[in-house]
Design a protein around this ligand. Sequence first.
Ligand code: P6P
Length: 376
Amino acid sequence: HEADAFRTDLMTITRFVLNEQSKYPESRGDFSILLSNIVLGCKFVCSAVNKAGLAKLIGLAGETNVQAKNDPFQPEPALTNYLTSLILHIHSPFISSHRCLFLFQGEEQKKLDVLSNEVFVKAMVSSGRTCILVSEEDEEAIIVEPSKRGKYCVVFDPLDGSSNIDCGVSIGTIFGIYMIKDGDEARLEDVLQPGKNMLAAGYCMYGSSCTLVLSTGSGVNGFTLDPSLGEFILTHPDIKIPKKGKIYSVNEGNAKNWDGPTAKFVEKCKFPTDGSPAKSLRYIGSMVADVHRTLLYGGVFLYPADKKSPNGKLRVLYEVFPMSFLMEQAGGQSFTGKERALDLVPKKIHERSPIFLGSYDDVEEIKALYAAEEKA
Ligand code: P6P
């Protein structure tokens, strides 16, 4: 009864990475240690995000309850956290939501994206393998103190799309990893490298399941968190994006501001002139969810420049580069409207860029439209 017996060849993300790293005899396990700390961060955020709905009910996520000011009962933070975990785990029928509000009033709770950022920063620093961190949440790059420094630079968005939490839409963590350029000095130019220099990139999507998609430069693999084991298990080995897709993904609400080539491409998706069927529009408004669907089903995801935002909206270091790296590793491609996305050399850590990424043939069509405009 193979079907009902437990799979015994459990390939966890840790084992997978160790196997991959064993191909490099010179590697001393630093990368595997760094990755295991990123994985730890993802597990924490998955747990916190999954509770966000309930936590919001008992006033944990992101706001102080207005009545709190004159509330005589101000529990100690430790007590709050303990009681919270008790309630969140036992879902006691005896503790009504009203009572919960009473119990937890007065606590200014960290918003989930701030909490997630703190968890990742602490996990990276304590790994002892990083020297510079760039987070969407921090205006300045974080230079790790010399005693805890390693040779990797990590750029990440700890909780991309967090405005979607309240309505339960999937959100995610996006990360990319560079090697420091000069052995011992941690300098800003170590993170202002083109995306093609990344050693690894990935995202973790917090949705109906917690899925971590990763590439360390030799293909793309997807892992799903098994909460009963607390392990990410290999569920999507060697992901390849279909060469051509039937879906386009863009915020049509920006159509009035699009430039010519983008408008022409979207027009062709809706009214094909070669007799092929029209494409479907799928747009979730959460990059990790839109890109994950594009990777698995094929098609193209666009966040173009427009008159309002000439560089588009998405950030180069921790949105465009990691997703472009994954797309190329999966056989797709990624274009900025001017060049291959991974060839971009950022000048500032929070720089934005337009992005067209997904199925190889679909992006080729967009490139041809921009090239034609160039000539015109
Ligand atoms: P718009 C979420 O806020 C985000 O940064 C990405 O996750 C998402 O792809 C994009 O913005 C959505 O932007 O302008 O379509 O709402």
